[in-house]
Design a protein around this ligand. Structure first.
Ligand code: FAD
Length: 598
């Protein structure tokens, strides 16, 4: 066992972790632990853009951005947090630019912007140009830029170290226990402040846009320490994943003029969202696709539809007026435009489904994409230990794993890259401030390590009969079948029961690799335990919420019910299988809940 000491320890080297590390690292001794090499984090897969009301190409304001975010959230977001994010968006994008991020440019040299779902001019109600982008690899550029800055500011990196436990003394966090993936050695990190920035958990479902590595480790670990997870029933299904594979086709394809066509050749979004059509918020578009498929309008009777960005001349489905963007402009889509603005997407389509999007429509279906819920925090990333907003001292969370809550029931596209840099920056500053003049609180490193060793040795030596991959697949199919785009009581209740059964079987798994070197078999088994816990909490939270709001669409409670359910869920796990739910109010500053019309 090795012991390390740093003022601030950040778990996760994605956009949130790196932005926090940069800010903390400028002032105090800071380390980042990441199970992946940082620039391989999922932030690097983000394509479309980062939202900020720069108003570079047309009139825009942060207040419009805030209203769109609150409306998109189906009024579940905390409005003070939303205002903070949208106000700071403009400055943080300029900061990234000054760090060297190569944004696409307008002819005058300003940062270029594109349209995205749910972002509107609040006066005309039409889509607005608000997403700043670097072609269709914006996240990749954010990650590279921040990593270089962290190196410049001497942040310490522990790459391919996996956090497997937190060192908690009551509700205070004093460090982290990590597993060195290469050699299986246990490392104890003693810290004054610990931040969790571990990303999401899309692999709870079988069709997902998320990396295989996103297994919600930090969220599951906090649950096991008696801390709550907030609004877990709200998980976003992005409407356009490549059929069967789930690989994301960015909303920017629709932002640039792409349209959705059903198996009968009809453009169906005008039926569901007459004003903004394909650029309605993601929950609305995902449900529309699902309903088309259910009505037998999938392509060739299958469970997918077409996303079409081919020029009208090639596309046999188009009528004259369909060749315009949702904003009424003529679509300026030609092969060259698609290839320069959507280069990676063009590649993905050719590589994975053999489709050239400049001449053929892309087969798409909803894909599990983004965790709106997560570890509850205040706007400075301090973790809340209860529904009464008591703070867990020394513990912070930012990025997708956190729930501030700026996304409420449904996140708007481009608001996650924004969330990670705005709250990463706030968190880095807050931690630096909080640890100054503070001593390291004592820890029992031997005891903390021993607890992990016992658990991991038990896993490594388990001689059960169940296979990790089989349990994982059953969980994913079950969640897709019963707790995805649409849900109802009997289905969710059955999912809860079957998840408990899967958890029971999980205790009887078998690990083939008994060694220490790069034992991914062992880590996969541990990660499956995390996914199962998160799936159970998601299903229990969904079963209790008797209304439809944002991404949580109940077939048996079709309406939003502000009287009874305008509140955040907080789920606690008491023992292996028991979940207790509590609630707390939503913060409303000025935007009174209204019906959402797109
Ligand atoms: C395909 C795709 C496209 C997207 N496009 C956009 C977009 O255009 N605009 C937008 O706003 N949002 C987009 N999103 C969402 C957005 O990219 C993510 O929500 C965001 O990047 C998450 O950043 P993060 O820093 O929280 O986590 P991540 O970037 O996922 O990083 C997580 C980090 O945690 C580390 N980690 C995890 N567990 C452990 C552990 N146990 N121990 C140590 N380290 C650990 C990993 O190594 C990694 O470094 C997209 C998401 C996907 C999947």
């Amino acid at each position: 066992m090795k012991i390390h000491r740093h003022d601030v320890v950040i778990v996760g080297g994605g956009g949130a972790g790196l932005m926090a590390a940069l800010y903390a690292g400028k002032e105090v001794d800071t380390a980042v632990i990441s199970k992946l090499y940082p620039t391989r984090s999922h932030t690097g897969a983000a394509q479309g853009g980062i939202g900020a009301a720069l108003g570079n190409l047309e009139n825009d304001s942060w207040e419009w951005h805030a209203f769109d975010t609150v409306k998109g959230s189906d009024y579940l977001a905390d409005q003070d947090a939303v205002e903070t994010m949208c106000k700071e968006a403009v400055d943080v994008v300029f900061e990234l630019e000054h760090m060297g991020l190569p944004f696409d440019r307008t002819p005058e040299g300003k940062i270029s912007q594109r349209r995205f779902g749910g972002h509107t001019n609040n006066e005309t109600k039409q889509p607005v140009l608000r997403a700043c982008n670097a072609a269709d690899r914006t996240g990749h550029m954010i990650l590279q830029t921040l990593y270089q800055q962290c190196i410049k500011h001497n942040v310490n990196f522990f790459d391919e170290f996996q956090m497997v436990d937190l060192i908690m003394e009551g509700a205070e966090c004093r460090g982290v226990v990590a597993y060195e993936i290469a050699g299986g050695e246990i490392h104890v990190f003693h810290a004054k402040a610990v931040m969790l920035a571990i990303g999401g958990w899309g692999p709870v479902w079988n069709i997902t846009s998320n990396a295989h590595t996103l297994t919600g480790d930090g969220a599951a670990v906090t649950l096991r320490h008696g801390l709550p997870l907030q609004d877990m029933e709200f998980f976003q299904f992005h409407p356009t994943g490549l059929a069967k594979l789930g690989i994301l086709i960015t909303e920017a394809v629709r932002g640039e003029g792409g349209v959705l066509i059903n198996g009968k050749g009809e453009r169906f979004m005008p039926k569901y969202a007459p004003t903004v059509k394909e650029l309605a918020s993601r929950d609305v578009v995902s449900r529309a696709i699902y309903l088309e498929v259910r009505a037998g309008n999938g392509v060739d009777g299958k469970d997918y539809v077409h996303l079409d960005i081919t020029p009208p001349v090639v596309n046999k489905f188009f009528k004259e007026d369909d060749s315009r963007t949702p904003n009424g402009e003529l679509r300026h889509i030609d092969a060259e435009f698609v290839q320069t603005k959507l280069e990676d997407i063009t590649d993905f389509c050719k590589t994975y489904v053999g489709v050239d999007p400049t001449i053929q429509p892309i087969p798409v279906q909803p894909t599990a994409h983004y965790a709106m819920g997560g570890i509850p925090t205040d706007i400075d990333t301090r973790v809340y230990a209860s529904e009464n907003n008591e703070v867990a001292a020394g513990l912070y969370a930012a990025g997708e794993c956190a729930c501030v809550s700026v996304h409420g029931g449904n996140r708007l596209g481009t608001n996650s890259l924004l969330d990670i840099v705005v709250f990463g920056r706030r968190g880095g500053k807050t931690m630096a401030q909080d640890v100054k003049g503070k001593d390291f609180a004592p820890i029992d490193a031997e005891k903390a390590a021993a607890a992990v060793v016992t658990r991991f040795e038990a896993l490594r030596n388990s001689a059960g009969t169940e296979s990790v991959s089989a349990i994982k697949e059953e969980m994913q199919l079950l969640m897709t079948d019963k707790v995805s785009v649409f849900r109802e009581k009997a289905g969710i209740a059955a999912a809860v029961k079957q998840l408990r059964d899967l958890k029971r079987r999980y205790r009887n798994i078998k690990i083939e690799d008994k060694g220490k070197l790069f034992n991914t078999d062992l880590l996969e088994a541990w990660q499956l335990g995390n996914l199962l816990d998160l799936a159970l909490v998601t299903a229990e939270s969904a079963l209790a919420r008797q209304e439809s709001r944002g991404a949580h669409a109940r077939e048996d409670f079709k309406k939003r019910d502000d009287q009874n359910w305008l509140k955040h869920t907080l789920a606690y796990k008491d023992d292996e299988d028991h979940v207790t739910l509590k609630y707390k109010p939503v913060t409303i500053t000025g935007y009174q809940p209204k019906e959402r019309v797109y």
